[in-house]
Design a protein around this ligand. Structure first.
Ligand code: ADA
Length: 572
C-alpha cells in the first residue's frame, strides 16, 4: 500500500508488486547489450518491493542488478508507470526501448506511455546501488545502503485528458483560510478538448468550472477559495481535510491539514502555541526488509513511539514513505524530513562538485513535491553533519535553502550540525539542529553544558541567537540484553545513563526547544570487513537504538518513556 487512503476514485490503477525476475550484473555487461538477450534465465524471483540484500547470498551485493516483469494491457490505452522508489540509478525499458532514467532513492518518478498496445509487455528495470564520491549519500555513510526497488511500482491507465498536478496551498488567519488550488490538466489527445472541472471537500462540491486543453498540451488552472472557521490540525489533535479534483474522466484526491508554523522565544509554535519537541531519530529500516519497510510495521513503530511519549520524529536521513507520513498526519505528530546528504566524512571537494549539487537540489525538490501536503511535515532539512565551517558549504547550502524557499514558505528550513562552535551556516536557517555525543565519542555527558553555553554566545554574535535550537542527535550504543550492576561501555545501563543525563541538561536549558535522541531502533551498519570506518559497530549494527532492530525495548527506552511522559504532563 502506498497511502493510507485512496488517491483516485475514477482513475484505474493497479500495483505491479509481487514476484519479478532478478539477475545481478556485477561486471555491468548488460549496459551495452540488452539484458533480456544476455540473461535469458533469471537468477531468482524477487518480491517487489524489497531490498535484494535481505536475500540469501546477496547480503553484501552492491552494484548493477536487472528486474523484469511482464505486464498486460487489456486494450490499447495510455499507461503511466510510477516507480515509488528505486535505490540509486534506475533505467527503465519497455519492450526493449529505453524510456527513462532517474537518480535518487526515496522519491517517485513516473513514465507515460501514450497508446500502449493491447497485450503483454516486458518491463525491465536496471538499477545500480553503487555508491561513490558523488552519489548521495556518498560511499562513506553510517548505514547500510541497500539496493533494489524499495517501494511499490504502480500502473495507471490515463484517459485522453488527465490530472497531471493538483496542489493545495493556503494562508491562515486564525481559523479562516485563503486557499490556492492549482491543477494542471494534460492532454494525450490529437484534438482540442474541453472538460468540466469540480473540486469537492469530502463529498461536497465547493467549486466547478470548465477547462480547455489544446491537443497534446497542458493547461494550468488556479482556484482561489476563502473558507471560514476551519478545523485546525495540531500536535496530538489531528484534523484532516480530503479534497478531490475531478474532470470528466479522471480524478485525484489530496489530503491536507490546516496549521500555522512559526518560531519565537526559542520554540516552535503551532497555531500560535509553543510546542516543546520530544523526539527520536528513525531510520526506515528493518533487518528483514531493509528500506522496503512494510506498512504493518510502520503502524507498530508508531505505536511504540507514541507509547514513549514522543510528539515528533526526525526522518533520519532520507525521505520516508508517504504511508508513514500519512500515519503521522493522522496522529498529530511533527515530522522532520531530510535528504540523504550524510556529511560526517564528506570531503570539501565533493561539496563543490556541480554534479553533487545538482543531485542535491533535485532530491530536495522531489522531496518537497512528494511530501508537500502532509501537515505533519514541519521541517525541511537540507543536510546532516557536513563540514559547516567552510565557505564552500555556505555556497552550496545557500543554493539549497533558496530552492526550498522558492517551493514552500510555510515550513521551517533546517539542518543538523556537528560543528556548533565553528559553524558558519547558522544565519541561513530558521532552526538549528545540533548533533553531539558527549559521554560517547567525546568526554563526559556534562560536557554538553559548556558546549551549549559557548554555542549560545556564538549564535548571539552571529545574529542567530533567537533561533530555536534543537538537539537533533545524542546518545550512545547499548547492546540489547547486556545489563549489569555497573555502567560499562556498550551496556544497556551506560546507554540509559547517557540519554537520561543529556535529556536533563537540555530540558534545563531555556534556549533548547526540543530533543531528538539518536536513535529509535538499532540499524544495520555499513561495516566493510576491510574498511577503516565504523569498526566500533558491534554485530555490524549501529546499536544506539532505544529498541533493538526487532523493536524490543532496552533500558533506555523505559527511561525515555518515563521522562518524555512526565514532560508531556508538565507541558499540557
Ligand atoms: C552521526 C550521524 C548518524 C550516526 C551517528 C552515530 O551523528 O548523523 O547517522 O552515524 O553519528 O551513531 O555515530
Amino acid at each position: 500500500m502506498i497511502r493510507t487512503f485512496q488517491e483516485h476514485q475514477i482513475r484505474k490503477t493497479t500495483l505491479l508488486d509481487g514476484p519479478w525476475d532478478f539477475v545481478r550484473d556485477p561486471e555491468n555487461t548488460g549496459l551495452r547489450n540488452k539484458w533480456f538477450e544476455r540473461f535469458p534465465h533469471a537468477e531468482k524471483s524477487l518480491y517487489v518491493p524489497s531490498c535484494w540484500n535481505n536475500e540469501l547470498h546477496l547480503f553484501d551485493y552492491e552494484g548493477v542488478a536487472w528486474y523484469k516483469k511482464t505486464m498486460r494491457t487489456e486494450d490499447t490505452q495510455h499507461a503511466r508507470i510510477i516507480f515509488h522508489a528505486i535505490l540509486g540509478h534506475a533505467d527503465v525499458y519497455l519492450d526493449g526501448q529505453h524510456l527513462g532514467y532517474h537518480y535518487g532513492g526515496y522519491t517517485p518518478f513516473a513514465i507515460i506511455i501514450p497508446s500502449l498496445s493491447k497485450g503483454d509487455h516486458e518491463l525491465v528495470v536496471r538499477t545500480d546501488s553503487k555508491l561513490d564520491r558523488l552519489t548521495i549519500p556518498t560511499e562513506h555513510v553510517d548505514w547500510f545502503h541497500y539496493g533494489g526497488i524499495i517501494r511499490s511500482v504502480e500502473l495507471q491507465f490515463l484517459p485522453d485528458l488527465y490530472i497531471d498536478k493538483f496542489t493545495i496551498g493556503y494562508e491562515l488567519a486564525g481559523a479562516d483560510v485563503d486557499m490556492k488550488v492549482q491543477v494542471r490538466i494534460s492532454s494525450l489527445s490529437q484534438t482540442d478538448l474541453t472538460t468540466a472541472f469540480t473540486l469537492t471537500d469530502e463529498d461536497q462540491e465547493i467549486y466547478s468550472g470548465q477547462i480547455q486543453v489544446g491537443a497534446g498540451q497542458s493547461t494550468n488552472y488556479e482556484v482561489n477559495l476563502h473558507r471560514k472557521n476551519v478545523r485546525l490540525w495540531d500536535v496530538g489533535k489531528p484534523e484532516l481535510y480530503s479534497f478531490r479534483a475531478c474532470i470528466e474522466q479522471d480524478d485525484k484526491i489530496e489530503r491536507i491539514g490546516f496549521r500555522k508554523i512559526e518560531t519565537g522565544h526559542h520554540r516552535i509554535h503551532i497555531n500560535g502555541s509553543p510546542v516543546y519537541l520530544r523526539g527520536i531519530n528513525r531510520h526506515e529500516e528493518h533487518p528483514e526488509w531493509g528500506f522496503a519497510f512494510p506498512p504493518k510495521l510502520m503502524q507498530k513503530d508508531l505505536d511504540i513511539i507514541l507509547e514513549m511519549g514522543c510528539n515528533t520524529v526526525r526522518g533520519s536521513h532520507y525521505p520516508q514513505s508517504p504511508y508513514w507520513l500519512d500515519l503521522l498526519d493522522e496522529n498529530g505528530i511533527i515530522f522532520w524530513s531530510e535528504i540523504p546528504i550524510w556529511g560526517a566524512m564528506l570531503p570539501n571537494e565533493t561539496v563543490c562538485e556541480p554534479l553533487f549539487q545538482e543531485r542535491a537540489l533535485t532530491m530536495m525538490e522531489e522531496m518537497v513535491v512528494m511530501h508537500q501536503h502532509h501537515p505533519s511535515v514541519v521541517f525541511w532539512s537540507v543536510h546532516n553533519e557536513i563540514d559547516s565551517r567552510t565557505q564552500d558549504a555556505y555556497e552550496m547550502t545557500k543554493r539549497m535553502v533558496e530552492l526550498v524557499k522558492s517551493l514552500d514558505t510555510s515550513r521551517l528550513i533546517t539542518y543538523a550540525t556537528m560543528h556548533p562552535l565553528e559553524d558558519v551556516l547558522l544565519p541561513l536557517f530558521d532552526v538549528i539542529g545540533i548533533n553531539k555525543y558527549y559521554g560517547w565519542y567525546e568526554g563526559q555527558v556534562d560536557g554538553f553544558k559548556n558546549m551549549l553555553q559557548q554555542f549560545h554566545a556564538r549564535a548571539e554574535l552571529l545574529g542567530a541567537g533567537d533561533k530555536p535550537v534543537l538537539m537533533t542527535e545524542f546518545g550512545g550504543a547499548g547492546i540489547f540484553g547486556d545489563v549489569g550492576w555497573e555502567p560499562r561501555l556498550f551496556s544497556e545501563d551506560y546507554q540509559a545513563h547517557i540519554v537520561t543525563e543529556a535529556l536533563g541538561i537540555f530540558r534545563d536549558d531555556p534556549k533548547i526547544g526540543g530533543t531528538y535522541i539518536w536513535q529509535f531502533a538499532d540499524i544495520r551498519g555499513d561495516l566493510k570487513s576491510n574498511g577503516r570506518h565504523f569498526r566500533d559497530r558491534a554485530r555490524s549494527f549501529n546499536n544506539k537504538g532505544l529498541v533493538n532492530e526487532y523493536r524490543k525495548p532496552k533500558q533506555s527506552f523505559r527511561e525515555v518513556r518515563r521522562i518524555y511522559r512526565s514532560w508531556s504532563e508538565q507541558d499540557s
